[in-house]
Write a protein that binds this ligand. Structure first.
Ligand SMILES: O=C(O)[C@H](O)[C@@H](O)[C@@H](O)CO
Length: 297
Protein backbone atom coordinates (compact mmCIF):
# COMPACT_ATOMS: atom_id res chain seq x y z
CA UNK A 1 0.00 0.00 0.00
CA UNK A 2 1.46 3.30 -1.08
CA UNK A 3 0.83 5.22 2.15
CA UNK A 4 3.13 6.61 4.81
CA UNK A 5 1.94 6.19 8.37
CA UNK A 6 2.08 9.40 10.44
CA UNK A 7 2.98 9.00 14.12
CA UNK A 8 0.05 10.82 15.75
CA UNK A 9 0.78 10.10 19.42
CA UNK A 10 4.03 8.65 20.67
CA UNK A 11 2.47 7.15 23.79
CA UNK A 12 4.71 4.07 24.11
CA UNK A 13 1.69 2.01 25.19
CA UNK A 14 2.25 -1.43 26.63
CA UNK A 15 -0.81 -2.66 24.71
CA UNK A 16 -2.24 0.20 22.69
CA UNK A 17 -5.59 -1.03 21.35
CA UNK A 18 -9.32 -0.41 21.15
CA UNK A 19 -9.32 2.67 18.90
CA UNK A 20 -12.78 4.19 18.48
CA UNK A 21 -13.72 7.23 16.39
CA UNK A 22 -16.17 9.67 18.06
CA UNK A 23 -17.85 11.61 15.23
CA UNK A 24 -19.57 14.17 17.51
CA UNK A 25 -16.23 15.18 19.05
CA UNK A 26 -14.21 14.54 15.87
CA UNK A 27 -11.86 12.66 18.18
CA UNK A 28 -10.17 9.29 18.39
CA UNK A 29 -10.09 7.44 21.70
CA UNK A 30 -7.84 4.46 22.39
CA UNK A 31 -6.65 2.38 25.36
CA UNK A 32 -3.46 1.16 26.88
CA UNK A 33 -5.09 -2.03 28.13
CA UNK A 34 -2.98 -3.33 31.05
CA UNK A 35 -2.34 0.18 32.41
CA UNK A 36 -6.01 1.12 32.41
CA UNK A 37 -5.22 4.20 30.37
CA UNK A 38 -7.60 6.01 27.99
CA UNK A 39 -6.26 8.54 25.50
CA UNK A 40 -7.94 11.00 23.15
CA UNK A 41 -6.68 12.96 20.17
CA UNK A 42 -8.74 15.23 17.94
CA UNK A 43 -8.67 15.66 14.18
CA UNK A 44 -7.62 19.32 14.37
CA UNK A 45 -5.14 19.48 17.22
CA UNK A 46 -1.68 17.98 17.48
CA UNK A 47 -0.89 15.97 20.55
CA UNK A 48 -3.20 13.93 22.77
CA UNK A 49 -4.79 13.82 26.20
CA UNK A 50 -4.55 11.12 28.87
CA UNK A 51 -8.09 10.93 30.28
CA UNK A 52 -7.87 7.85 32.53
CA UNK A 53 -4.89 6.19 34.20
CA UNK A 54 -6.28 3.56 36.53
CA UNK A 55 -5.20 0.42 38.31
CA UNK A 56 -7.03 -2.24 36.39
CA UNK A 57 -7.23 -3.14 32.72
CA UNK A 58 -9.27 -1.25 30.15
CA UNK A 59 -10.00 -3.61 27.25
CA UNK A 60 -12.03 -1.44 24.89
CA UNK A 61 -14.80 1.09 24.45
CA UNK A 62 -17.86 1.86 22.36
CA UNK A 63 -19.65 5.19 21.83
CA UNK A 64 -23.09 5.28 23.41
CA UNK A 65 -26.18 6.71 21.68
CA UNK A 66 -25.92 9.86 23.86
CA UNK A 67 -22.20 10.33 23.13
CA UNK A 68 -20.78 8.95 26.39
CA UNK A 69 -18.29 6.08 26.27
CA UNK A 70 -19.01 2.55 27.43
CA UNK A 71 -15.82 1.09 28.90
CA UNK A 72 -15.11 -2.65 29.05
CA UNK A 73 -12.76 -3.29 31.95
CA UNK A 74 -11.27 -6.13 34.01
CA UNK A 75 -13.32 -8.52 36.16
CA UNK A 76 -16.33 -8.34 33.85
CA UNK A 77 -17.03 -4.71 34.70
CA UNK A 78 -18.73 -2.36 32.24
CA UNK A 79 -18.70 1.39 32.99
CA UNK A 80 -20.16 4.56 31.54
CA UNK A 81 -17.70 7.43 31.11
CA UNK A 82 -18.38 10.94 29.91
CA UNK A 83 -15.20 13.01 30.23
CA UNK A 84 -17.33 16.09 30.90
CA UNK A 85 -19.21 14.40 33.76
CA UNK A 86 -16.37 13.11 35.94
CA UNK A 87 -15.28 9.58 36.88
CA UNK A 88 -16.52 6.41 35.18
CA UNK A 89 -19.74 4.93 36.68
CA UNK A 90 -20.41 1.21 37.02
CA UNK A 91 -23.18 -0.03 34.68
CA UNK A 92 -23.08 -3.81 34.88
CA UNK A 93 -20.80 -6.77 35.55
CA UNK A 94 -20.70 -9.89 33.38
CA UNK A 95 -20.49 -12.34 36.29
CA UNK A 96 -18.93 -15.21 34.34
CA UNK A 97 -16.12 -12.93 33.14
CA UNK A 98 -14.87 -11.73 36.53
CA UNK A 99 -11.76 -13.94 36.27
CA UNK A 100 -10.41 -12.16 33.18
CA UNK A 101 -10.47 -8.90 31.24
CA UNK A 102 -12.37 -7.78 28.17
CA UNK A 103 -10.49 -7.59 24.92
CA UNK A 104 -12.08 -6.42 21.67
CA UNK A 105 -15.63 -4.98 21.57
CA UNK A 106 -18.12 -3.82 18.95
CA UNK A 107 -21.64 -2.38 19.07
CA UNK A 108 -24.29 -3.77 16.74
CA UNK A 109 -27.12 -1.86 14.98
CA UNK A 110 -29.49 -2.63 17.89
CA UNK A 111 -27.18 -1.10 20.51
CA UNK A 112 -25.96 -4.44 21.89
CA UNK A 113 -22.22 -4.93 22.44
CA UNK A 114 -20.25 -8.06 21.55
CA UNK A 115 -17.29 -8.27 23.91
CA UNK A 116 -14.54 -10.86 23.83
CA UNK A 117 -12.49 -11.83 26.85
CA UNK A 118 -8.89 -12.96 27.09
CA UNK A 119 -8.02 -16.53 28.08
CA UNK A 120 -6.45 -17.26 31.46
CA UNK A 121 -4.39 -20.23 32.68
CA UNK A 122 -7.63 -22.00 33.53
CA UNK A 123 -10.16 -20.87 30.94
CA UNK A 124 -10.29 -19.97 27.26
CA UNK A 125 -11.50 -16.61 26.11
CA UNK A 126 -15.21 -16.22 25.44
CA UNK A 127 -17.45 -14.01 23.34
CA UNK A 128 -20.28 -12.26 25.19
CA UNK A 129 -23.22 -10.23 23.97
CA UNK A 130 -24.14 -7.45 26.36
CA UNK A 131 -27.81 -6.62 25.84
CA UNK A 132 -29.12 -3.07 26.10
CA UNK A 133 -30.51 -3.98 29.56
CA UNK A 134 -26.93 -4.75 30.65
CA UNK A 135 -27.42 -8.53 30.78
CA UNK A 136 -24.25 -10.25 29.50
CA UNK A 137 -24.84 -13.58 27.76
CA UNK A 138 -22.22 -15.90 26.34
CA UNK A 139 -22.49 -16.42 22.58
CA UNK A 140 -19.75 -18.98 22.22
CA UNK A 141 -20.88 -20.47 18.92
CA UNK A 142 -18.65 -23.47 18.35
CA UNK A 143 -16.57 -23.11 15.20
CA UNK A 144 -14.80 -26.11 13.63
CA UNK A 145 -15.80 -28.12 16.68
CA UNK A 146 -14.08 -25.68 18.99
CA UNK A 147 -15.10 -22.65 21.01
CA UNK A 148 -13.09 -19.48 21.05
CA UNK A 149 -9.63 -19.19 22.51
CA UNK A 150 -8.81 -15.51 21.91
CA UNK A 151 -11.85 -13.80 20.34
CA UNK A 152 -10.63 -10.59 18.80
CA UNK A 153 -11.48 -8.06 16.07
CA UNK A 154 -15.09 -7.99 14.81
CA UNK A 155 -17.03 -6.30 12.00
CA UNK A 156 -20.44 -6.36 10.28
CA UNK A 157 -21.05 -6.45 6.53
CA UNK A 158 -23.05 -3.61 5.02
CA UNK A 159 -26.11 -5.85 4.49
CA UNK A 160 -25.97 -6.86 8.18
CA UNK A 161 -26.24 -10.52 7.17
CA UNK A 162 -22.73 -11.42 8.31
CA UNK A 163 -20.60 -10.74 11.37
CA UNK A 164 -16.87 -11.37 11.18
CA UNK A 165 -15.10 -12.51 14.35
CA UNK A 166 -11.33 -12.94 14.57
CA UNK A 167 -10.07 -15.96 16.50
CA UNK A 168 -6.42 -15.07 17.02
CA UNK A 169 -5.07 -18.36 18.32
CA UNK A 170 -6.47 -20.27 15.34
CA UNK A 171 -5.27 -17.56 12.88
CA UNK A 172 -8.77 -17.32 11.43
CA UNK A 173 -11.39 -14.63 10.76
CA UNK A 174 -14.74 -16.46 10.89
CA UNK A 175 -17.88 -15.32 9.05
CA UNK A 176 -21.07 -15.91 11.07
CA UNK A 177 -24.67 -15.57 10.01
CA UNK A 178 -25.91 -12.64 12.10
CA UNK A 179 -29.53 -12.36 13.20
CA UNK A 180 -30.20 -8.65 13.84
CA UNK A 181 -33.50 -9.31 15.62
CA UNK A 182 -32.02 -11.63 18.26
CA UNK A 183 -28.28 -10.94 18.08
CA UNK A 184 -27.68 -14.66 17.57
CA UNK A 185 -24.66 -15.85 15.59
CA UNK A 186 -24.67 -19.13 13.69
CA UNK A 187 -23.00 -21.17 10.93
CA UNK A 188 -19.39 -20.03 11.41
CA UNK A 189 -17.22 -20.48 8.34
CA UNK A 190 -13.52 -19.61 8.02
CA UNK A 191 -13.38 -16.49 5.82
CA UNK A 192 -9.72 -15.50 6.14
CA UNK A 193 -7.02 -17.90 7.31
CA UNK A 194 -3.72 -16.17 8.08
CA UNK A 195 -0.22 -17.58 7.80
CA UNK A 196 1.14 -18.54 11.24
CA UNK A 197 4.46 -17.02 10.11
CA UNK A 198 2.71 -13.69 9.53
CA UNK A 199 2.03 -12.86 13.16
CA UNK A 200 -1.40 -13.16 14.77
CA UNK A 201 -4.63 -11.61 13.42
CA UNK A 202 -5.77 -9.12 16.06
CA UNK A 203 -8.02 -6.06 15.65
CA UNK A 204 -10.29 -5.70 12.62
CA UNK A 205 -12.27 -3.08 10.77
CA UNK A 206 -14.28 -2.97 7.53
CA UNK A 207 -14.48 -0.41 4.72
CA UNK A 208 -17.43 0.79 2.67
CA UNK A 209 -16.79 -1.93 0.07
CA UNK A 210 -16.94 -4.62 2.78
CA UNK A 211 -13.17 -5.02 2.54
CA UNK A 212 -11.57 -6.21 5.81
CA UNK A 213 -8.55 -4.60 7.42
CA UNK A 214 -6.83 -6.93 9.89
CA UNK A 215 -3.99 -6.03 12.27
CA UNK A 216 -1.02 -8.41 12.61
CA UNK A 217 0.23 -8.73 16.16
CA UNK A 218 3.92 -9.75 15.83
CA UNK A 219 3.47 -9.25 12.10
CA UNK A 220 4.12 -5.50 12.02
CA UNK A 221 1.38 -4.66 9.53
CA UNK A 222 -2.25 -4.02 8.71
CA UNK A 223 -3.49 -6.37 5.96
CA UNK A 224 -6.33 -5.32 3.64
CA UNK A 225 -8.64 -7.95 2.14
CA UNK A 226 -11.26 -7.62 -0.56
CA UNK A 227 -14.89 -8.43 0.19
CA UNK A 228 -14.12 -11.93 -1.14
CA UNK A 229 -11.45 -12.49 1.51
CA UNK A 230 -8.42 -12.29 -0.77
CA UNK A 231 -5.45 -10.24 0.39
CA UNK A 232 -5.18 -7.02 -1.61
CA UNK A 233 -2.69 -4.85 0.22
CA UNK A 234 -0.69 -4.47 3.38
CA UNK A 235 0.86 -1.54 5.19
CA UNK A 236 3.93 -2.11 7.37
CA UNK A 237 4.42 -0.09 10.54
CA UNK A 238 7.52 0.49 12.68
CA UNK A 239 6.16 -1.77 15.43
CA UNK A 240 6.00 -5.56 15.57
CA UNK A 241 2.80 -5.62 17.59
CA UNK A 242 0.17 -3.92 15.43
CA UNK A 243 -3.06 -4.31 17.38
CA UNK A 244 -6.03 -2.59 15.73
CA UNK A 245 -7.07 -0.34 12.80
CA UNK A 246 -10.12 1.92 12.69
CA UNK A 247 -11.44 4.46 10.16
CA UNK A 248 -11.78 8.05 11.38
CA UNK A 249 -11.83 11.65 10.23
CA UNK A 250 -14.78 13.69 8.94
CA UNK A 251 -15.04 11.54 5.80
CA UNK A 252 -13.81 8.32 7.44
CA UNK A 253 -10.86 8.26 5.08
CA UNK A 254 -8.17 8.28 7.75
CA UNK A 255 -7.03 4.90 9.08
CA UNK A 256 -5.83 5.07 12.70
CA UNK A 257 -3.70 2.14 13.91
CA UNK A 258 -2.77 1.24 17.49
CA UNK A 259 0.39 -0.63 18.41
CA UNK A 260 1.92 -2.30 21.46
CA UNK A 261 5.32 -3.08 22.97
CA UNK A 262 6.23 0.47 23.89
CA UNK A 263 8.44 -0.55 26.80
CA UNK A 264 10.90 -2.42 24.59
CA UNK A 265 11.49 -0.48 21.40
CA UNK A 266 14.90 -2.07 20.65
CA UNK A 267 13.04 -5.39 20.19
CA UNK A 268 9.57 -4.15 19.18
CA UNK A 269 10.40 -1.33 16.77
CA UNK A 270 10.99 2.38 17.16
CA UNK A 271 7.30 3.13 16.84
CA UNK A 272 6.13 0.44 19.28
CA UNK A 273 3.24 1.63 21.43
CA UNK A 274 2.48 4.70 19.34
CA UNK A 275 -0.75 5.63 17.52
CA UNK A 276 -0.39 5.97 13.76
CA UNK A 277 -2.62 7.38 11.03
CA UNK A 278 -2.55 7.07 7.24
CA UNK A 279 -4.89 8.05 4.44
CA UNK A 280 -6.99 5.27 2.96
CA UNK A 281 -6.39 4.44 -0.72
CA UNK A 282 -8.37 6.51 -3.24
CA UNK A 283 -12.03 5.58 -3.30
CA UNK A 284 -11.90 3.75 0.03
CA UNK A 285 -13.55 4.94 3.26
CA UNK A 286 -14.89 3.43 6.43
CA UNK A 287 -18.51 3.20 7.56
CA UNK A 288 -19.81 4.88 10.73
CA UNK A 289 -19.58 2.51 13.69
CA UNK A 290 -22.81 1.52 15.43
CA UNK A 291 -23.46 3.01 18.85
CA UNK A 292 -24.20 1.04 21.99
CA UNK A 293 -27.30 1.70 24.07
CA UNK A 294 -26.40 -0.09 27.27
CA UNK A 295 -25.85 2.92 29.52
CA UNK A 296 -27.93 5.57 27.81
CA UNK A 297 -30.97 6.68 29.77
O1 LIG B 1 -5.10 -7.44 23.71
C1 LIG B 1 -4.03 -8.11 23.67
O2 LIG B 1 -3.39 -8.51 24.66
C2 LIG B 1 -3.51 -8.53 22.33
O3 LIG B 1 -4.06 -7.69 21.32
C3 LIG B 1 -3.96 -9.96 22.06
O4 LIG B 1 -5.33 -9.98 21.81
C4 LIG B 1 -3.18 -10.48 20.86
O5 LIG B 1 -1.89 -10.76 21.33
C5 LIG B 1 -3.76 -11.74 20.28
O6 LIG B 1 -3.22 -12.84 20.97
Amino acid sequence: MDATPERVADTRCSTGEGPVWHPDERALYWCDIPNGRLFRTTADEAGYELLLDEDDALGGATVEADGALLLFRAAGRVERFDPGEGDPEHVTTVESATHTRFNDVIADPEGRVYAGTMPTDDELGRLYRVESDGDGVSVDVVADGKGFDIPNGMAFTDDLETMYVTESEAHVVYAYDYDRATGDLSNPEPFVETDPDDGVPDGLTIDDDDGLWSARWNGGAVVRYGADGTERDRLSLPARKVSCPVFGGDDLRDVYVTTAGGADRPAEGDGAGALFRFEAPDGVAGRPAFRSSVATE
